[in-house]
Design a protein around this ligand. Structure first.
Ligand code: HEM
Length: 134
């Protein structure tokens, strides 16, 4: 088994479960916020999932550098999709941190979790374009 294939596959496992946790965790947190409940466990799940996506996403690039000496040549569409994913992850992490800091009241928290869920969905959609336009 080629070591680079194993490394990419294991990193993809982390990245795929991270994507599930971002979207499912945001839906969970949104449900709690709509009922006026605190939901710190849900918010921590989503925050850690965004960090996992940033970490494993960067590791894809690092693995390419390590095994092939360069990052993949991306088309303009794939590059834009990657930029959207990074922007979603940074914005999603920031909003999730705001909730954990208790910065917003009940109505604001509902809006915040709709946005985080939307950012997760946008990143998932961008992943498809990164995959097939790379
Ligand atoms: C810093 C942020 C991110 C970076 C740098 C990144 C990078 C990558 C890379 C390099 C791939 C492999 C693409 C390929 O197979 O050609 C990938 C796949 C994927 N990413 Fe991300 N990603 C990030 C964030 C996210 C987020 C936030 C989500 C979802 C919430 C996500 C979901 C996915 C999925 C589902 C795949 C598999 C696509 C497929 O093979 O069909 N990523 N990502």
């Amino acid at each position: 088994m080629p070591p680079e294939d194993l490394a990419y596959a294991l990193n993809q496992v982390v990245h795929n479960f991270g994507a599930v946790a971002v979207v499912a965790g945001s839906a969970w947190a949104l449900g709690l916020a709509r009922r006026g409940e605190p939901g710190r466990t849900a918010a921590w799940t989503v925050g850690l999932a965004w960090l996992a996506q940033l970490g494993s996403g960067s590791l894809f690039g690092a693995l390419s550098l390590y095994f092939y000496g360069r990052t993949p040549d991306l088309s303009a569409v794939a590059f834009a999709a990657l930029g959207i994913k990074v922007a979603c992850a940074v914005a999603g992490l920031g909003l999730t941190a705001l909730d954990l800091l208790g910065a917003l009241g009940p109505a604001g928290r509902q809006w915040l979790w709709w946005w985080v869920l939307g950012l997760g969905a946008a990143a998932l959609a961008a992943a498809a374009f990164l995959r097939w336009f790379a």
